[in-house]
Design a protein around this ligand. Structure first.
Ligand code: FE2
Length: 367
């Protein structure tokens, strides 16, 4: 598509109607801020300073040229500015990320999974795998070599490790007398990792090197889907969790990490954007006494909603399996008591890098 059928203008802007009937208005200030010269900096970055934009911006002429371009004259500029109608239709570019697909227990029939050898060897498999992470908030890879540190090879396919005070890599080993609950063989309720950081690590990877001879199922829930359903069922409880900042904290001899934020975080449009949910790192509430009971009611109900069987998928990681998850959306936990020696290695990474990699892969597939 498609040429311009009709063009109209006044000082405040431009009205464009394309041959296929699409009609859009463009404000003069927007057009003036996006003149070609302003967009021609390195990496498409604007060179102009917003303080040089006149107030108000006035458009004095607009014509459709024989070559299909739209020529615009501004009051404060001598040169004629040209706009391609195709560019005006999609100024942000065509490559966008897939939207999230909410899921529940029925996803267990087809867990998003690819083999590591294919992810490693083929960009189209890598793109499909990253696409799954964006849609479902998690994905599995099979056959990642059970060498310590292999998880770094996986991260290197799409981005960078986020190092923390736990190191670049952390080991989750089931032993008999653990110092931290995560290292015990017992079950672990659903949580997001490190809610006491700001920003939180947005991606977690867990790679299985050794599986115990029994127990230790990994459990996941789509926290954003559960939260949206919870809002419909218990609006007051939802509001408690979305509007009450609480303190998360982790202290040891080296660090005192804290973040004050609501458990459910919403976008400007009100949609649930991310969760911070971790019973182990919630600090004592600092609320007036009369607000405690309603908060705990909401917190307990939400926890029941998250742990409901129809919200969960579970699977047993076997050696070479890796799970990557969006730590803002998908909660993880462990079910059953691990028997024998179990060794996982994990690390954190940033999801903006994964998004960037996916856009570049898609752009290469559809140049
Ligand atoms: Fe965790």
């Amino acid at each position: 598509v498609s040429g311009v059928r009709e063009l109209a203008f006044d000082a405040a802007g431009l009205k464009v109607t394309w041959d296929d009937g699409l009609r859009r208005d463009f404000a003069a200030a927007w057009l003036r801020d996006n003149i070609a010269a302003a967009r021609q900096g390195p990496h498409g970055q604007k060179q102009a300073d917003i303080r040089d934009l006149p107030e108000p911006v006035a458009l004095i002429q607009a014509t459709l040229r024989d070559d299909g371009l739209i020529a615009v004259r501004f009051e404060d500029l001598d040169a004629v500015e040209l706009y391609a109608p195709q560019w005006l239709r999609a100024p942000a570019g065509a490559v966008d990320l897939p939207s999230a697909r909410p899921w529940d227990a029925s996803l267990a029939d087809g867990l998003p999974t690819e083999s590591w050898s294919a992810i490693d060897a083929h960009d189209h498999t890598l793109a499909r795998w990253l696409d799954q992470v964006v849609r479902y908030g998690f994905a599995l890879a099979r056959g990642v070599p059970t060498r310590p540190g292999s998880v770094f090879d996986v991260v290197a396919r799409f981005g960078y490790v986020r190092e923390t005070n736990y190191g670049r890599l952390f080991d989750v080993v089931s032993r008999d007398a653990p110092a931290n609950l995560a290292y015990s063989p017992a079950a672990l309720s659903l949580h997001t990792d490190n809610p006491y950081r700001d920003p939180v690590p947005t991606l977690q990877l867990l790679h299985c090197l050794t599986a115990g001879h029994a127990g230790g199922e990994t459990v996941l829930a789509d926290g954003i889907r559960v939260a949206e359903a919870f809002r419909k069922q218990h609006p007051e409880d939802f509001a408690q969790l979305a509007n009450t900042p609480v303190r998360f904290r982790y202290v040891d001899k080296d660090v005192d990490l804290q973040c004050v934020a609501p458990m459910i975080q919403c976008d400007l449009d009100g949609a649930v954007r991310s969760l911070r949910y971790n019973q182990r790192s919630l600090a004592p509430l600092e609320l007036p006494a009369d607000r405690i009971a309603p908060f705990y009611r909401a917190y307990r109900r939400f926890s029941h909603a998250l742990h409901r069987e129809e919200a969960l998928v579970s699977f047993t990681l076997t050696p070479g399996d890796l799970v990557i998850l969006d730590n803002r959306r998908v909660l993880h936990g462990r079910r059953g008591t691990v028997e024998g020696h179990r060794h996982l290695q994990g690390c954190y990474a940033d999801i903006d890098g994964l998004h960037s990699r996916l856009r570049r892969l898609r752009a290469a597939e559809h140049p």
